[in-house]
Design a protein around this ligand. Structure first.
Ligand SMILES: [Zn+2]
Length: 327
């Protein structure tokens, strides 16, 4: 089966070792209003991203998913240029971020005043998957949906409904952002809208120490994102690894997705330089290779299990195959 990457379709069998949640560029809405400093220019951003990709290639990676939604500064031009220069597979997303930090002012007005608002949103997602993003011809390969702290707001539910409809209309999988809470509710809601669980990644679950929460998601039949390794500002890796080992002990290997949620370039200066330097020092998108995989192996996890999480699970998710239960 072929899926969309930013440089064209690719057979899922060719994805290879894949990081499922990394960002070339993030720009939170409002960044344009911070005129107090100079942003990195496009050429410098390309260079930073090419260097990061070359590093990943040296560690055997061949693909990544950048699930930046439409309202967080997504640049398909940047992704396309970096993919073309490196020969790396980059998959981009269509979708919207959560109520609190995304493009809510614009879309909530649209949804409030336009009786066709939800359909317009659905059609937008479909168009970005089937025709491409704004005349670039770059087609999205995944739908990004998000919630933050409870409650799961009406605004977010509207976006989830549009996303579910677009997923079903185009046979495209869904990946989510959570604040390490509400993932089980996201999964229940998407399933109630008809999206098969094996087409869903519930993101950022490794931020929660709650094993029962993890098991509700695993038992719900979706993929579970351990996709923030190295984000020690939110939860130290020691805890993420401990939670992962518990899940692997329960036979969940075939459902775990690995990544870092690293951000290679920013627009604006939302985070202080010290936080960015701390994340850099952790290795960013190389963290799993350098630090986490050795920790897992030391704890008895096999090379084959790691390979399953990095290669087979992403392939199977994109190929729309059901998840085999581990023995
Ligand atoms: Zn992210």
């Amino acid at each position: 089966m072929a899926i969309n990457t930013v440089t064209g379709p690719i057979e899922t069998a060719k994805l290879g070792k894949t990081l499922m949640h990394e960002h070339l560029l993030i720009a939170f809405p409002g960044w344009e209003s911070d005129t107090g400093f100079e942003n990195m220019n496009h050429r410098d951003m390309v260079k930073v991203c090419v260097d990061k990709v070359e590093e990943l290639k040296s560690a055997g990676f061949t693909s990544l998913l950048d699930p930046c939604p439409n309202d967080l500064g997504r640049s398909v031009d940047l992704m396309g240029e970096v993919a073309a220069r490196t020969g790396f597979n980059i998959i981009c997303a269509t979708g919207l971020y959560h109520h609190h930090l995304g493009g809510m002012p614009y879309w909530s007005m649209k949804l409030a005043y336009d009786p066709d608002g939800e359909k317009i949103l659905t059609d937008l997602f479909i168009k970005e998957i089937t025709e491409g993003v704004q005349g670039t011809g770059v087609k999205a390969g995944v739908i990004k949906l998000a919630t933050a702290a409870p409650p799961f707001t009406d605004y977010e539910k509207t976006i989830f409904r549009a996303g579910a409809k677009a997923a079903l209309a185009t046979n495209t999988p869904i990946t989510t952002h959570t604040d390490a809470i509400l993932g089980d509710e996201q999964l229940d809601y998407l399933k109630s809208l008809g999206v098969p669980a094996h087409r869903i990644v519930i993101g950022h679950c490794c931020g929660s120490p709650d094993h029962d929460y993890h098991m509700r998601i695993v038992n719900g039949g979706s993929y579970i994102g351990f996709d923030r390794f190295g984000l020690e500002l939110v939860r130290p890796d020691e805890g993420r690894v401990e939670s992962l080992l518990k899940l692997l002990g329960k036979g969940a290997t075939n459902q775990v997705i690995i990544s870092h949620d690293s951000v290679w370039c920013w627009k604006g200066r939302m985070l202080p330089q010290s936080a960015i330097e701390q994340m850099d020092a952790g290795g960013m998108s190389m963290r799993f290779t350098r630090v986490i995989a050795p920790m897992l192996k030391k704890a008895g996890i096999s090379e084959a299990q790691i390979e399953t999480m990095l290669t087979e699970n992403p392939r199977r998710y994109f190929a729309n195959e059901t998840i085999p239960h581990a023995a």
